[in-house]
Design a protein around this ligand. Structure first.
Ligand code: GDP
Ligand code: MG
Length: 443
């Protein structure tokens, strides 16, 4: 699988901290191949890879994840975003009934079957659909839809093959209005390829049917070609969404990705078989996982990310922005670091921190030291913690006594704190984005 391949690409990188231009490049070569194998259009792949490269370079390498897994995660998230994950891709039927839905696409794509499936789905949602056969060319196409309607107990308009498709559709719409149907699904004719005659007819039907949705039905097996066809239909008709059929086969579904990328129109449904219940609402993340062929990688990644207490990170982040990092924050940060692992490994994750780490070598507190530091800070007053400069000689003595330490130890701590403040200044220069990226958020 892709994750395995990336794994080996990244083996050398383990423990190196931040992803670089070079190692990301190698990984993205694998991603590129995987996408092309999944029939994603090459131009779409090119743009996509460029975007991921920008995201990945400079990203930290989370301790608990391999770099390969992290690239997979970035690729996955970007693909889901590209596929419209998180957007509302549901059918838009919010109009005065009867609402029209028009199915278009090449011959054999699965329009007629999808009409039946969609009608069944809508019926289960308590709508009252009317099916309208408007393909007068393909022999028995009208009969095919009538048979489906009978199986589903859904009425099919009595189209006649000797009528013009546009006339059939106008009549059917009037009939639906008079007979109390709230949804009308128009099944149109297809061709083996786009031609002007077909397009003119579809444009006429669109005018007669006033569809709220024009769904382009695409066969997932068509591969690279699908995107040009979709673009052609979209140009002439202005499609509103895509039904991707035959995903139950070997096709990986890369076509869907290309169609969405090129036309901007979302996939709304996927067909997963010849049976009438084999239609599902589209889930971007499922398709992307299918394309990338990944198993549990995502769960693993989520787990790793939650190790870092994001709430605490956000709090620190806010503090950093206000540029008043004080001893309370210092303590909170030390505790956070304790949770995450050694200081060194954490700092190594933050872009640009490598050099600073060298300066700070040996600044890493042990468990015992950490306890002492906490005791010292706890012995300070609130004002002292907020403003360390007021901690003079007599205060230091009092704090040492209170925490069961020595004045030297209090001095040491204050020195370490001032060093940390310097680091924080550097982090501030990175800006909030860089910082959160460094802390493993939002990747
Ligand atoms: P149309 O020419 O676009 O109307 O296509 P049809 O609806 O007649 O479908 C063409 C063929 O594809 C038929 O044999 C269907 O059973 C089959 N088909 C349609 N959708 C799917 C699907 O999601 N999965 C599978 N395996 N076959 C499908
Ligand atoms: Mg048909």
């Amino acid at each position: 699988t892709l994750s395995d391949k990336l794994e080996s690409v990244f083996k050398k990188l383990r423990g190196q901290g931040v992803m670089t231009e070079d190692n990301v490049k190698e990984a993205l070569r694998e991603v590129r191949l995987a996408l092309l194998e999944a029939d994603v259009n090459f131009k779409v792949v090119k743009d996509f890879i460029e975007r991921v490269r920008e995201k990945a370079v400079g990203t930290l390498v989370l301790q608990s994840l391999s770099p390969g897994q992290q690239v997979v995660k970035i690729v996955h998230d970007e693909l889901v975003a590209l596929m419209g994950g998180g957007e509302d891709n549901s059918l838009d039927l919010a109009a005065k009934p009867p609402v029209s839905i028009m199915m278009v696409g090449l011959q054999g794509a699965g329009k007629t079957t999808s009409c039946g499936k969609l009608a069944k789905l809508l019926k289960s949602q308590r709508r009252k659909p009317l099916l309208v056969p408007a393909d007068i060319y393909r022999p028995a196409a009208i009969e095919q839809l009538k048979i489906l309607g009978r199986q589903l107990s859904i009425e099919v308009f009595d189209s006649q093959a000797d009528q013009k498709p546009v006339d059939i559709c106008s009549k059917a719409l009037k009939y639906a209005q008079l007979s109390g149907f709230d949804t009308v699904i128009f099944d149109t004719a297809g061709r083996h390829q786009i031609d002007d005659y077909l397009m003119d007819e579809l444009v006429q039907i669109r005018e007669a049917a006033e569809p709220r949705e024009i769904l382009f039905v695409a066969d997932a097996m068509t591969g690279q070609e699908a995107v040009n066809v979709a673009a052609g239909f979209d140009e002439r008709l202005g499609i509103t969404g895509v039904v991707l059929t035959k995903l139950d086969g070997d096709a990986k579904g890369g076509a869907a990705l290309s169609i969405k990328a090129v036309t901007g129109k979302p996939v709304k449904f996927v067909g997963l078989g010849e049976k009438l219940d084999a239609l599902e609402v589209f889930h971007a993340d499922r398709l992307v996982s299918r394309i990338l062929g990944m198993g549990d990688v995502l769960t693993l990644i989520e787990k790793a990310q939650s190790t870092f207490d994001t709430k605490e990170a956000e709090r620190l982040q806010k503090k950093l922005k206000k540029s008043n990092f004080d001893l309370d924050d210092f303590k909170a940060q030390l505790q956070q670091l304790k949770k995450m692992g050694s200081l060194e490994s954490i700092m190594g994750m933050i872009p640009g921190m490598g050099k600073m780490m060298k300066q700070m070598q040996g600044a890493q507190p042990s468990e015992k030291e950490l306890k002492r530091i906490e005791a010292i800070i706890d012995s300070m007053t609130r004002q002292e913690r907020a403003n360390h400069q007021m901690i003079n000689g007599s205060r230091r003595l009092r704090i040492a006594k209170g925490s069961g330490t020595s004045v030297q130890e209090v001095n040491q701590l204050l020195k370490r704190f001032t060093e940390a403040q310097k680091v924080v200044k550097q982090l501030q220069k990175l800006g909030p984005k860089g910082l959160m990226k460094g802390m493993g958020k939002g990747m």
